[in-house]
Ligand binder design. Structure first.
Ligand code: DSN
Length: 474
């Protein structure tokens, strides 16, 4: 019998230990690997982290409380957490060329809340309430806070609308960001499906926001962050970019110059698990003047840091500094563009007519179906995507008219341009064969034999590209 490699031994042993307490959990963990190996994953926000990233999370660093920041903790005995957090921040700064990195946020939403708080703390002085005498909001008493909450109502945020591809935390009304700020959205030019910077400038001049948010979750094009910074400067706003989706493309040097948010924004937030291929988590990058406010993230906004996840972030940032990550990042976009080409040549309508990044947004309206019907029909055929609103979506945010697909995960497995064309064919075949049920935005009919055939083709397509090839669970 061949000798097992280190990864296989590590994961087998870990599962044995887990199984000795609760076999159902060990089985679910093992089954997740099987399911991921068999699934054609096109969810634009998902990826596969390396075994080193995964293993860095499964240990006793999880046992430590470490509220505060490096060298300034609310708990004793944080010497090893300090090392972990410092190393993660050091790699993060070097990777992105950022002056300051805060690696504690547990998610992208948390990172955005830390950033919003830092922006408010930095710029909200209350000179019109004489007694506050330009004090910083972090120094106010409880009673003063009550008054200040009123003042916060005057802080304005201009972010991309949800249907144009913005995120919930970019000022969507049912989200806290749409409540703590008086918000307005910018959308896209209906003719091009792309940001209209002249319209954005006009809106900013009229609305006079304190914060302009760039970045997106479902916009398939590059964003000119240099231009957005000019707009922010013109109206005196702080410019924040949420690069959660495309951080890997920034790290890998695909988005440079005007398109690199780190060079132009006052503050940049991210997740670490999407195109960046790290553990689930977030981070904030900022100019030095905002750093003292960002450092207040925990306990001001965040619960205690997760030292084991910061350890995994350090590994992921270190991996992304290797030259092969740049090749990977470029291939994500090459694959995305090949997928877009494959869909276009089969007559599928794409929002903005193509892509410059890791995602493609299909308008499924011409097939006579909703995004919800398309998502389920594709899933029944072994293709995992998610439904997504398109600009001015007539079907709203629940049923939608779009399907969002992305290439970071399949690129991690090694799939290339030829496979993207085959995937485009599978997607088109399923959408063309899906018929909506009378009067329903959710129900549909799809020949089960066709779904089964596509599913088998998807499995065959993945076969030469094993997921976690170094991990053999036996
Ligand atoms: N849930 C992420 C996505 O799918 O884009 C954003 O938070």
């Amino acid at each position: 019998m061949p000798e097992l490699n280190a990864e296989s031994i590590a994961f087998r042993s870990a599962l044995d230990v887990v199984r000795s307490v609760e076999p159902r959990i060990a089985d679910a963990i093992a089954q997740e690997l099987t399911d991921q190996r068999e699934s054609l994953k096109l969810i634009a926000s998902e990826n596969y982290a390396s075994p080193a990233v995964l293993l860095a999370m499964g240990n006793w660093l999880s046992d430590k409380y470490a509220e505060g920041t490096v060298g300034r903790r609310f708990y004793a005995g944080c010497q090893n957490v300090d090392i972990v957090e410092s190393v993660a921040a050091e790699h993060a700064k070097a990777l992105f060329g950022a002056p300051y990195a805060y690696v504690q946020p547990h998610s992208g939403i948390d990172a955005n809340l830390v950033a919003y708080w830092a922006i408010l703390a930095d710029r909200v002085e209350v000179p019109y309430l004489k007694k506050f005498e330009k004090r910083q909001i972090n120094d106010l008493t409880d009673a003063e806070w009550a008054e200040l909450r009123q003042a916060f109502g005057n802080q304005r945020l201009l972010g991309m609308s949800l249907d144009a591809g913005g995120h919930l935390t970019h000022g969507f009304r049912p989200n806290i960001s749409g409540k703590m700020f008086d918000q307005r959205s910018y959308g896209v030019d209906p003719a091009t499906g792309q940001i209209d910077y002249a319209a954005l400038l006009e809106s900013a001049k009229e609305f006079k926001p304190a914060v302009i948010v760039g970045g997106y979750s479902a916009y398939p094009r590059k964003v000119n962050f240099a231009k957005m910074r000019e707009i922010a400067d013109e109206v005196g706003a702080t410019f924040m970019v949420d690069m959660a989706h495309f951080a890997g493309l920034v790290a890998g040097g695909v988005f440079t110059g005007d398109f690199n948010p780190i060079e132009h924004a006052h503050i940049v937030t991210t997740t670490t698990h999407k195109s960046l291929r790290g553990p689930r988590g977030g981070a904030v990058f900022c100019q030095p003047e905002l750093a003292p406010q960002v450092d207040r993230g925990c306990p001001m906004v965040l619960g205690g840091p997760l030292p084991h996840v910061m350890a995994a972030k350090a590994i992921a940032f270190a991996e992304a500094r290797r030259p092969e990550f740049a090749t990977y990042a470029q291939q994500i976009v090459t694959n995305s563009q090949a997928l877009a080409e494959g869909l276009l040549k089969r007559g599928v309508q794409l929002v903005s007519g193509g892509t410059d990044n890791h995602l493609v947004l299909l308008d499924v309206h011409p097939f006579g179906i909703t995004g919800r019907q398309a998502e389920q029909a594709l899933l029944d055929s072994g293709i995992v995507t998610n439904r997504n609103a398109i600009p001015n979506d007539p079907n709203g945010a629940w049923y939608t008219s779009g399907i969002r697909v992305g290439t970071p995960a399949l690129t991690s497995r090694g799939l290339g341009v030829a496979e993207m064309d085959q995937i485009a064919d599978l997607i088109h075949t399923v959408l063309a064969a899906t018929t909506p049920a009378e009067g329903s935005k959710a129900k549909f009919t799809l020949d089960p034999a066709l779904a089964d055939r596509i599913s088998k083709q998807a499995t065959e397509l993945l076969a030469p590209f094993p997921l976690y090839p170094s991990v053999d669970l036996g």
